[in-house]
Design a protein around this ligand. Structure first.
Ligand code: HEM
Length: 496
């Protein structure tokens, strides 16, 4: 009996060993087969058409020597909606169709991670929202979205209005022509600060933030040379100082709390796991995100504002129509005696169409970057793992298939909503811009005050474009501003 049992166990063990190894073998054979099939499949897939240029530099010199828009547009004409190139030593795939942009940014977003040069990441702060995916990104995104939600923006209207009033008054008081882009940068910085710190920052801290941020900015696009005295070195020092200022503000805030973005970042808690503890964001993470939001908010909004003033200046009839829309609100507010309200900003239909058309025409963010985290197939082409992927927003915005007569400035085209995924000034998907409504609010308030109380003229040529790094009219659109006499405003208001 014992022998029989022994035989049974030995046989069972042998059988199970045999079955196991057989199963393992079967599985590993199947795995090998599927890997081989995948490899064969990939071998069959071709890389997108295009040219990789010279060894190492690729086509970087062409990109920098011509207008980048001409570079991308000529490539698209030659190769179609998907093409490859090599920029700054990185192999890239460029995608110029709405479906391709959707594929990368929305439907297959998990296969493409955000990617920035390490020197830029260091400068903004590695814990900033842009550089992340997954839970940490989601956590930050909720906090940023809450601070920029319609309810929060409604409460922010008086602060935005005050920032606009002070920017315009300073520009007019100077009495000389100055760069519009420069003035708009000051405004968007002030609006960024009020959004993050809720308008309760002391003058000293605000000015220290401004000074150090502008040093950081100057070094941001420089060659990353850490040698003392270089712009990059100074920018690194300014970044350290910014971190200290934010930490000082955080320490003061611990006593008072607050429902602005800083308050949200400070009170955020996540489950710390088995210990049952909850984890807060560190001061470093908070500082990186404060600098990150200032960075995202400033030059973007300022360049769009600059373009809007140029487009309006170049279309006198449209300018009159927009002025009439703003004057009607001014009259309803008893000649500006009552403050502009959130519902009024939502009722500026024509002005809103002008903003959308300016965003399309100027396409200040021409493209964005991602990196493929695996080999990806798109429409029979291989996008290899590690390659950069660039959805080309500007090419989509300027394609006559989606926007008839694309080089004509025509706000009326936005009476009808554009086709899905064809209008992407604020990106799309998980990293789409959470500040888009704030940017629009700021622009609407500025146009309201400017067109109801000021006259302005562009001084000198404004048709060339310069990159700073976003495209803006030459010399940032040199313009002079003056306050209109009260009687003139009253006459204009009478006509509204
Ligand atoms: C007209 C002005 C603006 C334009 C054209 C713009 C455009 C964009 C675009 C295209 C993206 C997505 C980039 C990508 O997918 O790689 C983005 C992201 C972002 N923007 Fe804006 N933006 C503007 C203003 C603002 C403002 C005012 C704020 C905040 C106050 C802001 C905060 C952000 C943040 C935090 C992100 C990163 C979101 C994430 O990674 O989840 N932006 N913006």
């Amino acid at each position: 009996m014992a022998f029989l049992l022994f035989l049974f166990f030995v046989t069972a063990a042998a059988l199970s060993f045999f079955l196991c190894t057989n199963e393992q073998r079967r599985r590993s054979d199947a795995g090998r087969q599927s890997r081989q099939q995948n490899e064969q499949q990939k071998k069959k897939l071709k890389l997108p058409p295009g040219s990789m240029g010279w060894p190492y530099v690729g086509e970087t010199l062409q990109l920098y020597s011509e207008d980048p828009n001409v570079f991308f547009a000529s490539k698209q004409k030659r190769y179609g909606e998907i093409f490859k190139t090599n920029l700054l030593g990185c192999p890239c795939v460029m995608l110029a169709s709405p479906e391709a942009a959707r594929f990368v940014l929305v439907s297959q977003a998990r296969l493409f991670k955000p990617t920035y040069p390490p020197s830029k990441e260091r400068m903004i702060g590695p814990a900033a929202i842009f550089f992340h995916q997954g839970d940490y990104h989601l956590r930050l995104r909720r906090l940023v979205q809450a601070a920029l939600s319609p309810a929060s923006l409604r409460a922010l209207v008086p602060d935005v209005d005050a920032a606009v009033a002070s920017t315009l008054a300073a520009w007019a008081d100077a009495g000389v022509a100055a760069s519009t882009f420069h003035a708009m940068k000051k405004l968007s910085f002030d609006v960024g600060v009020v959004t993050i710190f809720g308008g309760r920052l002391g003058r000293r801290q605000r000015e220290e933030l401004r000074t150090n941020y502008s040093v950081l900015e100057r070094g941001y696009n420089c060659f990353p040379n850490r040698f003392p005295g270089t712009l990059y070195y100074k920018a690194i020092q300014a970044r350290k100082r910014l971190r200290e200022i934010v930490s000082e503000i955080v320490a003061e805030r611990r006593a008072t709390g607050g429902d602005d973005l800083l308050g949200g970042l400070m009170s955020s808690r996540v489950d710390g796991g088995e210990t049952g503890a909850t984890a807060a964001l560190t001061d470093e993470q908070i500082a990186d995100n404060v600098v990150g939001v200032l960075f995202a908010a400033q030059d973007t909004t300022a360049s769009v504002l600059t373009w809007i003033l140029k487009y309006l200046h170049d279309s006198p009839k449209l300018l009159e129509a927009v002025k009439a829309e703003q004057m009607a609100i001014y009259v309803a507010n008893e000649g500006g005696k009552r403050p502009l309200t959130w519902p009024q900003t939502r009722s500026m239909t024509l002005t809103h169409q002008v903003i959308l058309e300016s965003l399309r025409m100027a396409s200040i963010i021409s493209f964005t970057f991602r990196e493929a985290v695996a080999d990806v197939e798109y429409k029979g082409f291989l996008i290899p793992k590690g390659w950069k992927v660039m959805p080309l927003f500007r090419n989509i915005h300027h394609n006559p298939e989606y926007f008839q007569d694309p080089h004509k400035f025509d706000p009326s085209r936005f009476k009808v909503a554009p086709r899905p995924s064809t209008f992407l000034p604020f990106g799309s998907g998980v990293h789409a811009c959470p500040g888009n409504e704030l940017a629009k609010l700021e622009i609407l308030v500025l146009l309201h005050r400017l067109l109801t109380a000021y006259g302005w003229e562009i001084v000198g040529a404004s048709d060339e474009v310069e990159y700073s790094p976003f495209p803006v009219p030459r010399r940032g659109l040199n313009a002079r501003l003056w306050k209109l006499p009260q009687e003139m405003v009253a006459t204009a208001a009478g006509g509204a």
